[in-house]
Design a protein around this ligand. Structure first.
Ligand SMILES: Nc1ncnc2c1ncn2[C@@H]1O[C@H](COP(=O)(O)OP(=O)(O)OP(=O)(O)O)[C@@H](O)[C@H]1O
Ligand SMILES: [Zn+2]
Length: 806
């Protein structure tokens, strides 16, 4: 009956359809089918129309022809997923124990996801001779005068099953079903706003709210601006703009999306000896995967750019991944200066359409360089030269949503499938990566000198318990204070780092111990001076701050510990003449406020910058001479098995911001544990000592990279259901891995409530396994049968391989 068949991954979220399906190809579509294109098919008892991705086309199959259904149509003119990426889809499904459809979602941007917009239309006039049932006739009446979208038809037939009906009409050759969406999304428009008339503010007939005035003044200066940019830059709501449009004060034009203007190109720097060696080795070595371990300020970025340049000349594309937080103008500018506009940028703030534009630029090979956060690794490159992962030790390279892939593992896999190079860069490589170096799976390249010949900074550990003896109970030690004073006197700059957000930690009652917690998440809320509210950092809900304890009624409610706002207030008191600014997630409402502070600091308008993790990455300011790590202990004591590693990395990175110009930098690490080996290794910039000691401990306590930790989380709004399901599954699992536990290949722990039990009204039960490397695949197969066998109503399952939290 069929000449060819296709194997499909269906775009369906159900666990029970997580397999490859075979469909027949009608003769008229034979030319069009190709692996990597999407098709529409009928599926299931209700014959729903859904789309699927072709993973292979074959001319022989072992299912009887009469059991094979036919595809309806081919959606794409060109494959949207390459053959190599189809291979990667299967690998991801195996490696991270997820569904095919989860992996496919990574590769196809939502804009081109097929939205079921199928058009149904009547064929010629030959219907007169065919007898129709009553039902068929009434449906035919609807469509005979023009086509209708399936979605609309479904609404008309509200709830009733129309698929069987459509099918029989199709069999009788009376209707056509085509997909209407093929072309959409290819052209893209942006909305530009401008003022209809220029008048003084008083002359406008409006209430003159601050937002309205802001918008008008802004447009007077900037003439025509993209609506999104206004919302972003001015922090105003779309509603205000709509209102001004309605009042005919603003007008809007729709124009085809245009490229930004050309940035002035800059020539490459002359590489120093270490950089030259690294570049040449990456290009000429027979190895494919490299760790570029370079001290802070050693010029890793120059190495990346040179390697990219090389592949560009061979007409190959390159992918550069950076942590989301450093995906800011300065990184992009640096690459633009070198590569002009042949760059596509992916970051999480892009809307669907913008993402689609970038995706197309890559797909059509209009760009040579793709810069983005982790998901940019799935950009549709044609000829891949190199994948660069900068700051490879960052947590953000592990996906926090299913599939919970590790970008480094994916990159290494891609280097095999696509025969491309991978360069992992860091001043503080993760132990995982370093253990691959020790096993000769990754080639090590080192940059031991700072690029501009500036020296590494002096680092001093300050014992904070001695400060109290001296009568100083602030969070700034005497020595740090003195160094800040000296730096300011020489018109140099200061960075103070604190690993916390908000004005203070939690809020509690000193009398009865009541702690203000979020009603929806099982975590304490944090006080924010702005708006005088308590805020939950998990779900974002806020509540007005209370001053009487809701439990005992006393007024001993207080905020504890220091946050960046408190430090800012203290610093302003200590150095009233200095310009002080703060940079953390809370003070940064939009991308633009981050850029403003960044630029002000760069231009020397800010003397002291206080902030959190945001400061640690990629800041390259030559005038910074004093850096203070205010509380190193706050990091060390986090409940993660790798918190030592994180502490070492952060201290080293923050310290690395000092003395990057021609002036010597000074760094002060404040701690109550001055003897701690992590803090001392960071002080001495001794990666090797840290690495050896930490690996020894990991081995002793059986933690990654020596063993795999698997975390399975059972999630439900129904607490009892979550607990019961977790226990049931645990019992099932226990039986299946019994022998492996006996042989000490697997350690299975009982299900326990997640350390944050409730988030957004969902209860979470965790289960951990430690699995030897050799048994990993076997255990994963078991997990799939136990946890991903079929959907359980109102239950979500999240699987994490080698997670950080224990
Ligand atoms: N060969 C070179 N000659 C002169 N200056 C250089 C050279 N290579 C890099 N630089 C400069 O040195 C500074 C540090 O370089 P870069 O930011 O690339 O270092 P990095 O290793 O990425 O640093 P970090 O990891 O600390 O962010 C930059 O200002 C850069 O322009
Ligand atoms: Zn909450």
């Amino acid at each position: 009956m069929y000449n060819i068949c296709v194997q499909l991954i269906l775009n369906n979220n159900s666990k029970s359809t997580d397999q490859l399906y075979t469909y027949g190809v009608p003769a008229e579509l034979e030319e069009k089918v190709q692996a990597g294109k999407r098709v529409t098919v009928n599926f299931g008892r209700n014959r729903h129309i859904i789309d699927g991705l072709i993973v292979s086309v074959s001319s022989s199959w072992d299912i009887p022809d009469n059991k094979i259904k036919s595809i309806i149509d081919v959606i794409d003119d060109m494959p949207v997923v390459s053959l190599e990426m189809i291979k990667l889809i299967s690998w991801i499904r195996e490696r991270y124990v997820c569904k095919y459809s989860d992996a496919v979602k990574l590769m196809i941007p939502s804009m081109i996801k097929y939205e079921h917009s199928i058009l149904i239309s009547a064929k010629e006039e030959l219907f007169a001779e065919i007898s129709l049932s009553e039902k068929e006739q009434s449906l035919f009446e609807i469509i005979k005068n023009g086509s209708i979208e399936l979605e609309k038809l479904k609404k008309i037939y509200a709830g009733k099953d129309i698929y069987a009906l459509l099918d029989s009409l199709k069999d009788k050759n009376i209707i056509d079903m085509t997909s209407s969406e093929q072309q959409s999304g290819k052209r893209s428009y942006e909305k530009l706003l401008s003022l209809r008339e220029y008048k003084t503010i008083d002359e406008y007939d409006i209430n003159k709210t601050p937002s309205q005035i802001k918008i008008i003044n802004y447009l007077k200066q900037n003439k025509k601006v993209n609506i999104k940019k206004i919302v972003n830059d001015l922090d105003v709501s779309q509603a205000v703009i709509n209102n001004l449009l309605k009042k005919e004060i603003l007008t809007q034009d729709l124009v085809l999306y245009e490229e930004e203007e050309e940035t002035k190109k800059e020539e490459a720097l002359m590489l120093n000896e270490e950089q030259t060696y690294a570049c040449e080795d990456i290009l000429n070595s027979k190895n494919n995967v490299f760790l570029l371990h370079g001290v802070t300020g050693s010029g890793k970025t120059e190495v990346y750019m040179n390697v990219i340049e090389h592949y560009r000349k061979q007409n190959k594309q390159s992918i550069v991944l950076v942590p989301e937080i450093s995906l800011t103008v300065q990184t992009i500018k640096r690459f633009k200066k070198r590569f002009g506009n042949k760059i596509a940028v992916f970051h999480s703030k892009l809307g669907k359409k913008e993402k689609f534009i970038q995706w197309n630029k890559v797909y059509n090979k209009e760009v040579d360089v793709i810069i983005g956060a982790r998901s940019a690794i799935f950009a549709p490159v044609k000829d891949l030269g190199v994948i660069i992962i900068d700051e490879e030790h960052e947590d953000s390279y592990v996906s926090s949503t299913t599939p919970k892939y590790d970008t480094i593992e994916v990159a290494i896999r891609m280097s095999v499938i696509l025969n491309a190079k991978v360069v992992l860069g860091s001043a503080t490589p993760s132990l995982n990566t370093y253990s691959m170096v020790l096993k000769n799976q990754v080639e090590l390249l080192e940059l031991n000198q700072r690029a501009k010949n500036s020296e590494m900074p002096d680092v001093e550990i300050i014992d904070m318990s001695k400060e109290l003896d001296k009568g100083n109970n602030t969070i700034i030690s005497e020595k740090l204070y003195e160094s800040i004073r000296l730096s300011l006197g020489k018109k140099e700059q200061v960075i103070l780092f604190l690993n916390k957000r908000g004005y203070s930690g939690f809020v509690s009652c000193k009398k009865c111990g009541y702690v203000a917690k979020c009603d929806h998440c099982d975590v304490s809320m944090t006080y924010h001076i702005k708006g005088n509210v308590l805020k939950c950092h998990y779900c974002g809900r806020t509540r007005i701050m209370t001053y009487t304890c809701p439990k005992c009624g006393s007024d001993k409610i207080e905020q504890f510990s220091a946050g960046t706002q408190q430090v800012e207030n203290l610093v302003k008191k200590l150095f009233p003449k200095a310009n002080t600014a703060r940079m953390d997630v809370d003070s940064m409402s939009g991308k633009s406020s981050y850029e403003n502070i960044y630029n002000d600091f760069k231009d020397g308008k800010i003397d002291i910058l206080i902030g959190t993790q945001m400061l640690a990455k990629g800041f390259d300011f030559p005038e910074v001479t004093t850096v203070g790590v205010l509380s190193a202990d706050a990091l060390l004591n986090l409940p993660f098995y790798n918190s030592s590693e994180k502490t070492f990395q952060l201290i080293t990175q923050v310290s690395g911001r000092a003395g990057r110009g021609n002036k010597k930098g000074k760094v002060f690490i404040q701690t109550y544990e001055p003897e701690n080996y992590i803090i001392n290794a960071a002080k001495n910039n001794d990666y090797e000592m840290f690495m050896k000691e930490e690996l020894r401990l990991r081995k002793e306590f059986a933690f990654p990279p020596f063993i795999n930790i698997i975390n399975i989380c059972v999630i439900s709004k129904n607490e009892k259901l979550a607990v019961d399901t977790a226990n049931e599954k645990y019992n099932e699992l226990q039986i299946k891995v019994k022998d492996m536990v006996k042989e000490r290949m697997v350690l299975l722990y009982r299900p326990i409530p997640h350390s944050i039990y409730k988030v957004n009204d969902e209860y979470r039960i965790n289960l951990f396994l430690k699995v030897s490397r050799r048994s990993l695949q076997y255990v994963k197969d078991i997990m799939r049968t136990v946890y991903l066998d079929k959907d359980i109503e109102n239950i979500k399952i999240s699987i994490n391989i080698n997670t950080d939290t224990v």
